[in-house]
Design a protein around this ligand. Structure first.
Ligand SMILES: NC(=O)c1ccc[n+]([C@@H]2O[C@H](COP(=O)([O-])OP(=O)(O)OC[C@H]3O[C@@H](n4cnc5c(N)ncnc54)[C@H](O)[C@@H]3O)[C@@H](O)[C@H]2O)c1
Length: 295
């Protein structure tokens, strides 16, 4: 079946990004969330991103209008009846996702594939929420979706080869590169990154270098575009901590033990850019080192 219409469930950070790249690739998109304000907020983010692309002369104002016209707003899962492929990017909570997939399973024609953008819930267990476990797959995008090139494609235990093929082709048509990854805790990128970050925290705790110098060293010595603390602040320190928790629970390997300093700063309520303070202070509008933390 040719995919023409994609339903994206959840219009938050990831769902709006996925809707944007799908509409930009020429697909018709049904962008769904629980309230119209939330869908509207997602659309505003997309419009702003497209304005940025106009400024850089990557697209024209006409392109922007055409892209936005391909996105239909939805606050009812019933709209999934018209979709050829569904990508779920709702809250990272098994019960929330289960209730969405159960409803979708009853509504969508049997050939429709369901992909979840979960970061940590096993695909094989999410697939048990539907009768079509052969048509269930992980499609793990990275933030910000319009910028990051990678999609991890994660087959569950019962995902069919045809579902894998269709999903990989879809990701490529969204101008992404794919890697096929087994359904293991943290999948691939988050697992590798956590092992690296665990060492970053060891260095900080041992006083090997200052936090700012660790960021500088990783950028200039390893050519990472952002330092680990800057990245942690951008993504949300609570989200990063949850990755460690998932990995530690999954592998019982001490190398994935959630770093104590990360737990402390989350307990203090400083979660990164979104709260104004994290490893750095952003309250002035600029990134400044913090002098008030007893690290
Ligand atoms: N943030 C990241 O960097 C990142 C990266 C990769 C994957 N993910 C995964 O993507 C998913 C979404 O993450 P996010 O960062 O976009 O979260 P978010 O909180 O920004 O957005 C989630 C959206 O889902 C909506 N939602 C909740 N229940 C819903 C329902 N029943 N029906 C429709 N919409 C519903 C919420 O209203 C919210 O707008 C999660 O599973 C997360 O683990 C996140």
């Amino acid at each position: 079946m040719a995919i023409k219409k994609i339903m994206v469930v959840g219009a938050g950070l990831m769902g709006s990004g996925i809707s944007q790249v799908a509409a930009q690739a020429g697909y018709n998109v049904i962008m769904n969330d629980v309230k119209s304000e939330l869908v509207g907020k997602g659309l505003k983010v997309i419009a702003k991103n497209l304005d940025g692309q106009i400024k850089k002369e990557k697209i024209t104002a006409d392109d922007k209008n055409a892209i936005l016209s391909r996105i239909v707003q939805s606050i009812s899962l019933d709209d999934a009846k018209q979709a050829d492929f569904v990508i779920e990017a709702a809250f990272e909570n098994f019960e929330v996702k289960k209730s969405i997939f159960e409803k979708l399973d009853a509504l969508c024609p049997p050939e429709v594939i369901f992909a979840s953008n979960t970061s940590s819930i096993p695909i094989t267990s999410l697939a048990t929420t539907v009768k079509r476990s052969d048509k269930f797959i992980g499609m793990h995008f990275f933030s910000p979706v319009p910028v990051m090139k990678l999609v991890e494609v994660i087959p569950g235990l019962k995902t069919s080869p045809e579902t894998i093929k269709v999903t990989e082709e879809l990701a490529v048509s969204l101008k992404k590169d794919t890697v096929r990854v087994k359904d293991v805790p943290g999948f691939l990128v988050n697992r590798i990154n956590a092992a690296f970050r665990a060492e970053v925290f060891n260095c900080l705790l041992e006083g090997v270098a200052t936090l700012e110098d660790i960021d500088k060293a990783v950028k200039l010595g390893l050519n990472h575009p952002m330092g680990p603390f800057e990245l942690n602040d951008a993504v949300g320190i609570d989200i990063g901590l949850n990755v460690f928790k998932t990995l530690y629970e999954g592998y019982k390997d001490p190398k994935f033990r959630p770093p104590l300093l990360m737990e402390k700063i989350v307990q203090a309520g400083d979660l990164g850019k979104k709260t104004g303070k994290g490893w750095y202070d952003y309250t002035s509008g600029e990134k400044k080192p913090r002098k008030d933390l007893n690290l």
